[in-house]
Design a protein around this ligand. Structure first.
Ligand code: ZN
Length: 413
């Protein structure tokens, strides 16, 4: 067994154990605080809602723990278990020529196997966990229709990208990874540009905001903050789930504000304005652009690394694959890189939480901190988000700060 194989196994074991340990801590912490509503929320959240949030978070955490074990087993089966080698050999027997097409089919087959494992987990989350807590609004036929749509969309957009990647890897010389980085970056910018108008409408209906008084209030806030958008839209989020949300999408002139219908139902005009001000804060602080820039930098580093790994025989043999090929290098890299980057996760989550604080501060300055607090409390309550997460679990995973910290900062604003 090579040093690389040992490192991979050690990190996979460590990552999986940390995920399980964090999950157990989280559940124990929630359980310890389940009996009483935290004092800061005792006037706004009922004991019943608090306990529902505790039970829902526990159920979701258990599922995530199961998922991390299943993923680790699948990854072992693919690599050292010889799964990828078998897929590769099987396609080679069927079509010995046409390296490009064969490479794409090998990668596609591995993705199909991966989804066969993800689909039941997703099904369980929707129809067992969310159903039990009254959040699920999906029917089985909608679930299947979504799957088919996602698969077709993935093929339409992903197949050309995959062919481009393999074609560059096979024939563009030693700088292929740089060309691929350019293609990948352009592809991502294109996706961001077409997502609001072409992709999102495949899954949801977007209608212009009809409530005239709310509309004029929101437009006044946009004007006050110096924003122009391509319209205010309501999305039929209630079709799938009763969770509420609001977001800003697109960039440049194609910006639009999207409210989930479930959010508009539950918040009053003051609270909606405060939530929108928070979203504007993300825009004003260029969080979207910064995230895109970070993604470009990370993919540049990743592809440069892959450009080197492609020519290292130990990279293949150390992960259970007999010999070098472009498609195997790409596939192995996509599959195993999360194992090598998991420990960086608190950094990414911490950065995301810092952005949330900045957006909250912007909302406090341009709208109203008390209204944002009211809105957050309602959202935490209605989404059954726990008020008492384990601090370490939260540091690893949460893109949003825990409610109590977020609210106490707003109170101080
Ligand atoms: Zn935010």
């Amino acid at each position: 067994m090579t040093a690389f194989t040992l490192t991979f196994l050690a990190l996979l074991a460590l990552t999986t154990l940390i995920r399980l340990w964090l999950g157990r801590r989280h559940i124990a912490h929630i359980h310890a605080y389940r009996a009483a509503v935290p004092p800061a929320f005792s006037h706004t959240i009922s004991l019943e809602a608090h306990q529902k949030a505790a039970d829902y978070s526990t159920a979701k955490t258990r599922l995530a723990m199961t998922e991390s074990v299943v993923q680790a087993i699948l990854l072992l089966g693919f690599t050292l278990g010889g799964g990828l080698q078998w897929i590769d050999a099987s396609w080679l027997a069927v079509m010995p020529g046409s390296e490009l097409l064969r490479g794409a089919l090998v990668i596609l087959s591995a993705f199909v196997v991966g989804s066969l494992i993800d689909i039941p987990i997703d099904y369980y989350k929707t129809f067992v966990v969310d159903e039990r807590f009254g959040f699920n609004k999906m029917t089985r036929s909608m679930f299947v229709a979504d799957l088919v749509k996602h698969a077709l969309l993935g093929l339409t957009l992903g197949a050309p990208l995959l062919f481009a990647a393999l074609w560059l890897m096979n024939g563009a010389g030693e700088w292929w990874w740089l060309y691929l980085w350019i293609v990948w970056s352009v592809f991502n910018l294109l996706m961001l540009a077409i997502y609001p108008t072409f992709i999102a409408p495949l899954f949801n209906k977007f209608s212009p905001l009809a409530d005239e008084s709310l509309k004029s209030r929101i437009e006044a806030l946009l004007a006050k903050c110096g924003f122009r958008s391509q319209g205010l839209f309501v999305m039929d989020g209630s079709k799938r789930s009763s969770h509420g949300n609001a977001y800003f999408t697109g960039f440049g002139a194609a910006k639009r504000v999207v409210f989930f219908d479930t959010l508009l139902e539950r918040l009053d005009a003051d609270e909606i304005e405060a939530v929108l001000a928070h979203e504007l804060g993300h825009f004003r602080h260029h969080h979207v652009m910064k995230r895109i820039a970070l993604m470009f930098a990370v993919s540049f580093g990743g592809l440069a690394l892959l450009g080197w790994l492609v020519g290292q025989p130990w990279f293949y043999t150390g992960l259970g694959v007999a010999g070098p090929s472009s498609h195997m290098a790409l596939l192995l890299f996509l599959l195993v890189s999360p194992v090598f980057t998991f420990l960086l996760r608190p950094l990414m989550s911490g950065y995301a939480r810092k952005n949330e604080f900045e957006a909250d501060a912007y909302a406090a300055a341009h709208s109203s901190a008390p209204h944002l607090i009211e809105a957050l409390v309602k959202l935490y309550r209605d989404n059954a988000s726990t008020l008492t997460p384990d601090p370490l679990h939260s540091a690893f995973y949460d893109s949003h700060p825990p409610a109590s910290i977020r609210i106490s900062k707003l109170e101080a604003a």
